[in-house]
Design a protein around this ligand. Structure first.
Ligand code: C2E
Ligand code: MG
Ligand code: MG
Ligand code: MG
Length: 288
């Protein structure tokens, strides 16, 4: 009878739901083991000054270097890390690895890091980041924390105090995925933001879709009105880059300039442009 009940219960799930649940558990277990053993690795995407074409820094993007499945993109594991309470540990460990790498770069280059909504519920977030900067002796001015519009406005009181603590420590703050959430213009004006990042979903379509282009234009003029520099993500073509420049957007990142790449590739790129730190042993040895 027990067996039968078991079978009946199974009918609640169809096979695909069950498979999905298994996969989810497999990913969670994999992350629990993979985070402390350094399998979540930093990749870097170049950020560009659109007027001069100069490299201004990189956004750190986590990748899971899986022993069986190779490189896995964040969409497959960040949401699960978020749900299972692993995201704080994941983000801090990949941030540490990213900073260790950025120490080898020219000091003019910024490192932008992503903060997830649940990290913004941690009243100690700013202190944790400051501790990491102290331990790695990385200059606060070179670190930019990207907070999504949704995470910022979920709990504005706590978010504003985290932003204030970061700014007190001279850490930069950017508003990520702008245009996808519900920013209050009043609050936007009072937050000390160093830049606004336009979500790639609008930028990607702006040369084909008049509405997307109108939205990008609106965000650029809003940012100009607030006197906050604006960066477009998802710049996939030269045509998009030209259009952005024409409407007054001053910074961009995307496949047109370079895809996210691992540390070694990024170092080789910087070495080629003379942008490794003179103090770095890597630069001295010329070994990349
Ligand atoms: P995001 O911060 O909005 O990151 C930008 C995403 O846009 C990256 O995806 C990047 O690969 C992608 N992208 C950049 N340029 C282009 C382009 O020209 N075309 C297209 N189609 N896509 C482009 P990725 O690396 O898959 O990251 C996705 C999201 O994962 C990020 O969105 C970020 O929210 C999250 N994430 C990544 N690393 C971390 C991390 O270490 N911690 C946390 N908390 N979240 C992370
Ligand atoms: Mg991607
Ligand atoms: Mg980001
Ligand atoms: Mg974004």
């Amino acid at each position: 009878a027990a067996k039968r009940a078991g079978r009946n219960q199974r009918a609640w799930f169809d096979a695909s739901m069950e498979r999905e649940l298994e996969l989810r558990n497999e990913i969670e277990l994999g992350l629990r083991a993979g985070i402390p053993s350094g399998r979540i690795v930093p990749w870097f995407e170049p950020q560009i000054d659109l007027a001069t074409g100069a490299l201004t820094g990189f956004e750190l993007l986590a990748r899971w270097d899986h022993p069986d499945h190779g490189i896995i993109e964040p969409a497959a594991f960040i949401p699960i890390a978020e749900e299972s309470g692993l995201i704080g540990e994941l983000s801090m460990s990949v941030m540490r690895a990213g900073i260790e790498e950025a120490r080898h770069w020219d000091p003019s280059l910024l490192l932008s890091v992503n903060i997830s909504p649940s990290q913004m519920r941690d009243a100690w977030l700013a202190q944790k980041i400051v501790k990491l900067l102290t331990e790695t002796s990385f200059p606060a001015e070179r670190l930019e924390v990207e907070i999504t519009e949704a995470a910022l406005f979920e709990n504005l009181g706590l978010a504003a105090s985290i932003v204030a603590s970061l700014k007190n420590q001279r850490i930069r703050v950017a508003l990520d995925d702008f245009g996808t959430g519900y920013s209050s213009l009043t609050h936007l004006r009072t937050l000390p933001l160093d830049r606004i990042k336009i979500d790639r979903s609008f930028v990607l379509r702006m040369t084909e879709d008049a509405e997307a282009a109108a939205l990008v234009r609106l965000i650029v003029s809003l940012a100009q009105g607030l006197d906050v520099p604006v960066l477009a993500e998802g710049v996939e073509t030269g045509e998009i880059a030209a259009m952005l420049t024409a409407i007054g957007c001053t910074m961009g990142q995307g496949w047109h300039f370079g895809r996210p790449a691992p540390a070694r590739t990024t170092r080789a790129l910087l070495a080629g442009r003379g942008l490794l730190s003179a103090a770095s042993p890597i630069a001295r040895d010329g070994e990349v």
